[in-house]
Design a protein around this ligand. Structure first.
Ligand code: UDP
Length: 480
């Protein structure tokens, strides 16, 4: 008897670790739990060491095939001041011919194409080739709601969003403070706003949307997006919305020597006593902010692991296309004098890039000072680690508000805004709030809440859970 070949799905990822990692995770889930065959088309930056390492991970070939599409040259199409968001949109548009060529040469044609939001223009490719086309949104449902509803806000609201006196109303969802809008909404005259609106109008053109969240975490926003819900009615958007998360990586099996010695150090620390500090794949701090953070960690008297990156003044996502490239100990010179020797034994610095999942999984980690990228957020919650929210760019201010004010999974500095420097006292306060220490004697509500959500996430992903069922439904539709 001839065995039936598994149905083939192609997933498209835009450059950036926060995009590539969840797309690979989705591919793995489709293959390992839902019997599909998956190919990932990764448009890569070619300039990030961490990206290369992930693409070359020895585990990947046995699960899914990855085709690396080098980023097209866009130097003549962008201005030097154009944002990362604009660059990504232009890159993905220019990569379309290469994507089309690969797709149309695939025989038989894949049964479905799954794109990330920056790949929205490739939805029409799916249409041309007559294959089902889905958008996979690696962030959460409230953010998705804001994006797709933005064309309506664009018509309703005059002037800049950040200058509004009242919160922005997103039907069926929590209102959004004007200062928490996505970066591309901060200046309506900037080119990235135009690109953002194109993305907002593009996503609902797919046959369905998959979101990296779960029903029990964000039921309200998901309901509004679904057929019959307030957003879907307002936009006449009649496509299924599946909550399939949290899709997060397993810790890496191959660890570097520095990770191994870091884990050995963690083994020697008391349970839940160490704060992990990292600003994702692209986040950078100013010189002044970096020094304040160093002083703040010292002042907190808590143990720490800090992923340090060379400071860059005025830009908060400067490492986006170059993650993991900085070798050596170049950053020590930006830290306060004597910091390294004073904190010896109390904290460790990791240069540029850490094997984050291996660290977060360790029982000695008790808190995560994070930029609140959704990937890092999910990795923290699924490891039962409470967050101290320090948003920098993209949709991270919205994420921080969601985590701190709605879900109770994070504490947040009081004085943070995009322009201000968070002072050392505030940093120390925040760190001590996630890791109160034995002397406090108070219950740690944030930690308790994170542990509840950790269990809820596990349930959602288990067979019979909401996300498992949603992804089964997606796979079933593709196979049929
Ligand atoms: N990451 C990592 N090591 C680092 C920094 C980031 O492994 O030193 C990973 C992190 O685990 C996550 C991804 O990079 O999976 C970053 O995605 P996220 O959505 O948190 O933020 P972004 O980098 O897109 O802002």
């Amino acid at each position: 008897m001839e065995l039936q070949k598994p149905t083939h799905v192609v997933l498209l990822s835009s450059p950036g670790l926060g995009h590539l990692i969840p797309v690979i995770e989705l591919a793995k889930h489709l293959v390992l739990h839902h019997n599909l065959k998956a190919t990932v088309l990764a448009v890569t930056s070619q300039t990030s060491l961490a990206e290369k390492q992930i693409l070359n991970s020895s585990l990947i070939p046995s699960i899914c095939h990855i085709i690396d599409i080098p980023s097209p040259d866009i130097t003549n199409l962008v201005h030097k001041n154009d944002s990362v968001f604009t660059r990504l949109c232009v890159l993905m548009r220019e990569a379309k011919p290469a994507i089309k060529s690969i797709l149309s040469k695939t025989t038989p044609l894949p049964s479905a194409l799954i794109v990330d939001p920056f790949g929205h223009e490739s939805i029409t490719l799916g249409r041309e080739l007559n294959i089902l086309t889905y958008t996979f949104v690696a962030t959460h449902a409230w953010a998705l709601a804001l994006v797709v509803y933005s064309p309506v806000l664009d018509e309703q609201i005059e002037g800049e969003y950040v200058h509004q006196k009242e919160p922005l109303q997103i039907p069926g969802c929590s209102p959004l403070r004007p200062e928490d809008v996505f970066d591309p909404m901060l200046n309506r005259k900037d080119r990235q706003y135009e690109e953002y609106l194109k993305m907002a109008k593009g996503i609902p053109q797919s046959d369905a949307v998959l979101v990296n969240t779960w029903e029990e975490l964000q039921h309200k926003s998901l309901e509004s997006l679904r057929e019959g819900g307030l957003i879907s009615e307002a936009l006449n958007m009649k496509i299924p919305v599946y909550a399939v998360g949290p899709l997060v990586r397993e810790p890496e099996l191959e660890t570097s020597e520095s990770t191994r010695s870091l884990l050995t150090w963690l083994d020697e620390q008391p349970s839940e006593s160490v704060v992990y500090v990292s600003f994702g794949s692209g986040g950078t701090l100013s010189r002044e902010q970096m020094r304040e953070l160093a002083w703040g960690l010292e002042l907190s008297e808590r143990r720490f692991v800090w992923v340090v990156r060379e400071p860059v003044d005025k830009i908060v996502d400067a490492a986006f296309f170059t993650t993991g490239n900085n070798e050596g100990d170049a950053v020590a010179k930006y830290l306060p004098e004597g910091f390294v020797s004073r904190t010896r034994g109390l904290g460790l610095l990791v240069q540029e890039w850490a094997q984050q999942m291996n660290i977060l999984r360790h029982g000695s980690i008790g808190g995560f000072v994070s930029h609140c990228g959704w990937g890092s957020t999910l990795e923290s919650v699924t490891n039962g680690v409470p967050l101290a929210a320090w948003p920098l760019y993209a949709e991270q201010r919205m994420n921080a508000t969601l985590l701190a004010e709605e879900l109770g999974l994070a504490v947040r500095p009081i004085e943070l805004s995009t322009k201000k420097v968070v002072r050392r006292e505030e940093i120390a306060r925040m760190v001590k709030e996630v890791i109160p220490g034995d002397e406090s004697g108070k219950p740690n509500r944030v930690r308790e809440r994170v542990k509840e959500m950790q269990q809820s996430a596990l349930n959602a992903l288990s067979e019979g859970g909401s996300s498992y069922a949603a992804l089964s439904q997606v796979a079933k539709t593709i196979v049929e």
